[in-house]
Design a binder for this molecule. Structure first.
Ligand SMILES: *[C@@H]1O[C@H](CO)[C@@H](O)[C@H](O)[C@H]1NC(C)=O
Ligand SMILES: *[C@@H]1O[C@H](CO)[C@@H](O)[C@H](O)[C@H]1NC(C)=O
Ligand SMILES: *[C@@H]1O[C@H](CO)[C@@H](O)[C@H](O)[C@H]1NC(C)=O
Length: 166
């Protein structure tokens, strides 16, 4: 009996200690309106690249689309065609950014035989350096997590690049 009673007391005591130990002050993230306003002060920022997660899907076939159909968008008519993927980071605002990936073309598309690809020139990503907000979960000031404005390089298209001159 005494052992059971003691065990119960111990459990209650341990529960109280763990609540006290993890009882850090409640901290909140800024809401979407506030984050949008904050990021708008930086230029160029990632606001135009931000999308809702799950709205873009990677094509199932990413091999080089040498031919294209009527109404093909610029991203497919390009001599270095590209598609978009979602780049997601839950500690960042915007959480999901649209990012370009080159299709798997070994070289730039041309009209030259034998295979319709240029012998030397290769496809390269075009990078844009844009400002985003990165949340710092270790820093809570007046009940609000702190954010750092940082620059991310995001690919926005693919272009045909001639070799760098040495
Ligand atoms: C965001 O927070 C601000 C400041 O607390 C508040 O005035 C505003 O109503 C909130 N907006 C939304 C959409 O929750
Ligand atoms: C993938 O796309 C390439 C080029 O558009 C095409 O030649 C090939 O047949 C496709 N493969 C499949 C499995 O659909
Ligand atoms: C996050 O906040 C902690 C505590 O204030 C600070 O020591 C740390 O340097 C911050 N990290 C960044 C990336 O700003």
């Amino acid at each position: 009996m005494d052992v059971v009673f003691f065990a119960k007391i111990l459990i209650i005591y341990c529960t109280l200690v763990s609540i006290t130990a993890t009882g850090s002050p409640i901290c909140e993230e800024l809401n979407q309106t506030q984050l949008h306003q904050m990021l708008a002060g930086y230029s160029p920022n990632a606001l135009s690249l931000g999308i809702s997660s799950g709205t873009t899907s990677t094509p199932s076939n990413t091999s080089c689309p040498i031919s294209y159909g009527a109404g093909a968008p610029q991203s497919e008519r390009s001599t270095c065609p590209w598609y978009n993927v979602e780049n997601t980071d839950y500690t960042r605002y915007p959480q999901t950014l649209l990012e370009a990936r080159c299709y798997d073309c070994d070289n730039c598309i041309t009209e030259l035989p034998p295979n319709g690809l240029h012998a030397v020139w290769e496809c390269e990503h075009v990078l844009s350096s844009v400002w985003v907000l990165q949340i710092n979960y270790s820093s809570c000031v007046n009940g609000i997590y702190q954010y750092n404005a940082v620059q991310n390089d995001i690919a926005t298209a693919c272009v045909c690049g001639r070799p760098r001159q040495s």
